[in-house]
Design a protein around this ligand. Structure first.
Ligand SMILES: C[S@@+](CC[C@H](N)C(=O)[O-])C[C@H]1O[C@@H](n2cnc3c(N)ncnc32)[C@H](O)[C@@H]1O
Length: 225
């Protein structure tokens, strides 16, 4: 599989967008699910490196990987000093030996990956036995492209939740967001969780972090047994 670096050319935009407090909530939740180091931790799809300082503060020696050179350049700028290594690598074919990490975290990535099960299998391969994979992403039900935020604070559910796959057309063409810039690979909740289960990881806890109602994020703690 050839993975396109969809964030190349969009990194400055993404970093401004993703520096909002609401996304910090997702990153903090993932670090909390992972727990404290010490040890070597992989941040899979690290983007512009926003979680790297949080992981380092939790005692981890962080290796960040991403398929976008532009995202990694900003990660180097913001978080290079907190990382053991920042590396261009495809989540579907990681350039690491098996059982080489004490923890793996991935944040806001499942809607960007072409093959979720394949990527989670790579996580399972590089993780040491007994160790944790922590994932937090946009909620497949309440943050999906089929959900439209209305001005009065309510949410409108359009048909389409059951249709997995890439979506590129923004609901508001005058205000292009993540969908029209890099696409969203929508995965229903069952697809996301089954990808983790099919990878051989054991899911031990699920979370819906933050205080938005309905929740914007969904995550899980999984172990390699
Ligand atoms: C929404 S961003 C999340 C970035 C970061 N984790 C954060 O908290 O802001 C998704 C990231 O996944 C990366 N990505 C997409 N496909 C990838 C792949 N196959 N391998 C590695 N990274 C990938 C993108 O380049 C992008 O940086």
């Amino acid at each position: 599989m050839t993975t396109t670096a969809r964030y190349d050319g969009q990194a400055e935009w993404y970093d401004a967008f993703a520096s909002a407090d609401v996304f910090t909530t997702a990153r903090q939740a993932a670090v909390s699910l992972l727990g404290d180091g010490p040890g070597r931790c992989l941040d899979l799809g690290c983007g512009t490196g926003r979680a790297v300082p949080l992981l380092a503060a939790a005692g981890w020696s962080v290796v960040g990987t991403d398929v976008s050179a532009d995202q990694l350049a900003l990660a180097q700028e913001h978080a290079g000093e907190f990382a053991e290594q920042l590396l261009l690598a495809d989540a579907h074919a990681l350039p690491f030996d098996g059982e080489s990490f004490d923890g793996v975290v991935s944040i806001l990535t499942h809607t960007d990956l072409d093959d979720l099960t394949g990527a989670f299998r790579e996580v399972q391969r590089v993780l040491k036995p007994g160790r944790t994979f922590a994932y937090v992403g946009v909620h497949p039900c309440f943050g999906a492209p089929c959900i439209q935020a209305l001005e009065d604070g309510t949410w409108l559910v359009h048909p389409g939740y059951r249709e997995p796959g890439w979506q590129w057309i923004s609901r508001d063409p005058a205000n292009p967001g993540i969908r029209s810039r890099v696409g969203i690979n929508h995965a229903p909740l069952s697809t996301l969780l089954n990808a983790a289960l099919e990878s051989g990881l054991t899911v031990t806890e699920v979370v819906e972090p933050g205080d938005r109602d309905p929740p914007l994020f969904f995550g899980f703690h999984a172990e390699k047994r």
